[in-house]
Design a protein around this ligand. Structure first.
Ligand code: GDP
Length: 298
């Protein structure tokens, strides 16, 4: 992830090394190279434009600081703008003041929701919470079983319709799970919902109905970082059809170019809250914009 972008940016900065002062032409050339690097990383065009404009403006306006040479100053500006584009501050999970916190997961089939549900449950357990996983993906054959297997792996109970796979009403299951959690004093409920391979009106409606029925504290849109620009299109469709509070990027361990990670926050205005990077249950963490920017510029 980000390997090409990192290399490209490093080359750009190398060209500035040893320069005493940056001319207008230097700044233009640098902005152009950054633009190409971002486009190659599959970052959405409006985001690229905004990013390079900000770099240019700041590079021109920057006071020459005694401590940093021009190349270092550009690195500093790019770093700060990357943090900004990735969301600025780390956005923490909001917990309900009373009763169980309800977290709903939405996204396309294959995005990694079911895996993520268990990873999040494990992470919550490690934070001292007592989570309950809820199987509301009653569409995909085997989704309920998969959640049950994952739940067992992380030692978290799974609430599922009695009949198992492929049956039952997801809205009713979601509602019943909240009652169960309240009764049995679970403090976080993680609702896994059905996805389809493509954007689909019926799927959106079902997710919207579940949302309306359980009024989640957080709706998290789960998206595969490997799908590049499609992540943006999908995010916008879910934003319109279901609405969400935060984004979870999955498969960050893949060799994707990073465009999804860099675009989704700017395009949707919603923060990336968690990142999932591997098949192991522990390959999961809170998303920190500053650390991610640091990795890109490492
Ligand atoms: P769902 O359809 O959204 O519930 O997606 P799944 O949780 O079933 O995940 C789809 C596939 O992606 C499975 O084979 C997972 O093992 C895999 N997967 C999920 N998260 C990650 C991840 O962070 N990294 C990698 N490499 N694979 C993942």
């Amino acid at each position: 992830m980000f390997a090409t972008l990192s290399d490209r940016l490093a080359d750009t900065f190398k060209n500035l090394r040893g320069k005493g002062r940056l001319s207008e032409a230097d700044i233009d050339a640098t902005a152009r190279e950054i633009r190409i690097a971002l486009l190659e990383a599959d970052v959405a065009l409006p985001v690229v434009k905004e990013f390079t404009a900000a770099i240019k403006e700041r590079a021109r306006g920057e006071e020459v600081s005694g401590a940093l040479n021009p190349a270092q100053q550009i690195v500093k500006i790019v770093n700060e703008e990357l943090v900004e584009i990735l969301g600025g501050e780390t956005r923490r999970l909001r917990y309900a003041k009373t009763g169980p916190t309800v977290i709903m997961l939405a996204g396309l089939q294959g995005a990694g929701k079911t895996t993520l549900a268990a990873k999040l449950a494990l992470w919550l357990k490690e934070q001292g919470k007592s989570p309950l996983l809820v199987a509301c993906d009653l569409q995909r054959p085997n989704a309920v079983n998969q959640l049950q297997v994952n739940g067992e792996r992380v030692g978290v109970p799974v609430f599922a319709p009695e009949a198992g796979n492929g049956s039952g009403d997801p809205v009713a299951v979601a509602k019943a799970s909240i009652e169960e959690a309240t009764r049995k004093l679970y403090d976080v409920v993680i609702v896994d919902t059905a996805g389809r391979l493509g954007i689909d009106a019926e799927m959106m409606q079902q997710a919207a109905d579940i949302r309306a029925a359980v009024n989640p504290d957080e709706v998290l849109f789960v998206v595969d970082a490997m799908i590049g620009q499609d992540a943006v299109t999908t995010a916008l469709a879910f934003q319109e059809g279901v609405g969400f509070d935060g984004v979870v990027l999955t498969k960050l361990d893949g060799d994707a170019r990073g465009g999804a990670a860099l675009s989704v926050r700017s395009v949707t205005g919603k923060p990336v809250m968690f990142a999932s990077a591997g098949e192991k249950m522990t390959d999961f963490d809170v998303f920190h914009p500053d650390r991610m920017a640091g990795r890109i510029l490492d």
